[in-house]
Design a protein. Structure first.
Ligand code: FDA
Length: 378
């Protein structure tokens, strides 16, 4: 074995695939019993509908290198992501655009008229002096839109009143003064035609790659554990950076999500893939309806059944799946300390969203793995 990769998500598999392609023997271990990390999907046994097991995953990128690379393993459908939100029982398009504004104010503002209305409402606070997230939100889009679409949704996401959240949590709130409600602005967008797992399996399908599932790097009973391997060969580690050092500088904080999946005896529940729930009286943040990610599979999916998944957000404890870094001042200080410790680990390369404590979209995880391969490992 020439290289050990800890974690079979997109970061780890990209490194493994690159190394294998130039003749290196790679072993990939993952503590879970499937490959693919959080991008893993599986068909619901009752309906055959592909369900993203760790929350909806939409692929999009403007990076030509990443786009060329991912197309070696899968083709993509022409799916374009759009999100809607339910506020007081009325559905509005997101991100906030001229359609949202005109529907909300029951108006027919032109782009310039809408800009003037929002600028006037936003005068209540100054972005520079905003003392908390609420003041910043109002300074960016005005109180009415903030209270309707941001306040309660943010409170649900963070389990915290936005008046008690730092202003830095939001840098900007994009408002589009046209009717474009495409969620992403990237050059390329789509979903893997045969699903995420087929894509991921093709990346790992190489005689030089050995994947071992159900293997925890910190389990001393496993032959490929930390004690036995560090210093013996190069290791790419994509698990949580704090866990690697036994939380020596404190545990970094994360938010996690709970998902409630349900099969419904109705052909179409909500008419779209993702519906947000903006208000505080609904405990979940959104409902995913998976068949809408693949309209081209209509002839394969049942016409009288659908799979929905409600998403709930909360702070993660030690045993929960870490999903989004909370990134408090304490976390940032801890991360700097861990980066210093990481420099002292000979031939261990920390990568991916857990290994660097940052939110990464799939194209970013793949792009940063390609850079690590080219610049440090190749
Ligand atoms: P990832 O978490 O996928 O993989 C790390 C792997 O390491 C895991 O499989 C884990 O089990 C393993 N591991 C950890 N500790 C270990 C140990 N001690 N021993 C062995 N193995 C260990 N992106 C996007 O582009 N579009 C989208 O729509 C979304 N949506 C989305 C929703 C949600 C809820 C989340 C949390 C994330 C997204 N993403 C996304 C981001 C996407 O999931 C992310 O880019 C990739 O998962 C990053 O891949 P990594 O390989 O870095 O981590």
């Amino acid at each position: 074995m020439d290289l050990l990769v800890v974690g079979s998500g997109f970061f780890g598999l990209t490194i493994a695939e690159r190394a294998a392609s130039v003749g290196r023997k790679v072993t990939v271990i993952d503590r879970r019993h499937h490959i693919g990390g959080n991008a893993y999907s599986a068909n619901d046994p009752e309906t055959g509908i592909e369900v993203h097991q760790y929350g909806a995953h939409l692929f999009h990128t403007s990076n030509p290198t990443v786009w060329e690379y991912v197309n070696r393993f899968t083709t993509f459908t022409n799916y374009v992501h759009r999100v809607y939100t339910n506020h007081k029982g009325i559905v509005f398009p997101l991100p906030i655009n001229l359609g949202t504004i005109n529907q909300f104010f029951q108006a027919a503002y032109s782009p310039n008229e809408a800009k003037a209305v929002i600028a006037d409402l936003a005068r209540e606070f100054d972005v520079k002096d905003a003392a908390n997230l609420e003041e910043k939100g109002i300074a960016l889009i005005g109180r009415p839109l903030y209270e309707a679409f941001i306040r309660d949704y943010t409170a649900k996401q963070w389990q915290t009143d936005p008046r008690n959240l730092p202003a830095e949590v939001i840098s900007r709130l994009p408002v589009r003064y046209n009717y474009d409600n495409r969620y992403f602005n990237d050059t390329w967008e789509g979903l893997p035609t045969d699903g995420y797992t087929a894509w991921i399996e093709r990346m790992a399908d190489h005689p030089n790659i050995d994947v071992q599932l159900g293997v925890d790097f910190f389990d001393p009973a496993q032959p490929l554990n930390k004690e036995a391997t560090v210093g013996q060969l190069p290791i790419v580690y994509t698990g949580p950076i704090d866990r690697y050092f036994d939380d020596a500088e404190g545990a970094l904080s994360w938010r996690t999500l709970d998902f409630e999946k349900e099969v419904l005896s109705v052909g179409d529940f909500q008419g779209t893939s993702v519906m947000n729930y903006a208000d505080s009286d609904i405990p979940y943040t959104r409902i995913h309806e998976f068949k809408h990610f693949h309209p081209e599979r209509a002839d394969r999916y049942p016409a009288d059944k659908t799979v929905v998944m409600r998403e709930f957000s909360r702070f993660a404890s030690r045993d929960d799946e870490p999903y989004y870094p909370v990134n408090t001042a304490e976390d940032r200080a801890g991360l700097l300390a861990y980066r210093e410790l990481a420099k002292g680990e000979k031939d261990v390369y920390f990568g991916g969203r857990l290994g660097t404590y940052q939110y990464l979209d799939m194209h970013m995880a793949i792009g940063s793995a390609l850079s690590m391969w080219n610049n440090q490992l190749a």
